[in-house]
Design a binder for this molecule. Sequence first.
Ligand code: FES
Length: 208
Amino acid sequence: MNPNVNESATAGHPSVSPLPGPAPAEAGGTVQGSPRRNFLVAFWAAAISGLVGVVPVVAGVVHLLDPILRKKSGGGTDDGFVEVASLDALPENGVPQQFTVTADFVDAWTALPNRPLGAVYLHRVPGTDEVQAFNVICPHLGCSVEYRSNDEEYYFPCHESAFKLDGSRKNSIPPRGLDSLEVAVRDGNVWVKFENFIGGREEKIPVS
Ligand code: FES
């Protein structure tokens, strides 16, 4: 008698039952497609883990570099001019007035609002809207200038040197005239491109 034949089946049409035994997986076999599924699961798990780890690092690097990537500024405008005073603040008779130059200072990791950069004398050419600007620092050894209205001159007490209203020298003690600065009058206000220059030289060389 064949054990695989169901004798209770309809006579003449015996059915065949599978032999009892362990399922393929239970027997140590592998279900078809599992290696591919396992690979995909492992792949995506690794990818997500990588993203979770990399995103904060990238964000941190961008945050650190952001001040460097941002444009450094000496304040004022992109062309380097800083608003100093109203044109109306300058007497039409040409008497120079001294002003402190301030601007927002921004470097890689520092932002300082209204930081003093230096000082200038502004001289309005009598009868015009033309303005001359001079750095108050003497080009000899760096004393600060003062204006003497009686003599109509810029005077340096350190070495008793003096300059005319147009900035030219009255004697040969300083190596050059007063350091003039670029000026622009915009909407009734005086803007100056403020710079310092190396002292003790005939040439006018900006301090870098
Ligand atoms: S520092 Fe001005 S003349 Fe010497």
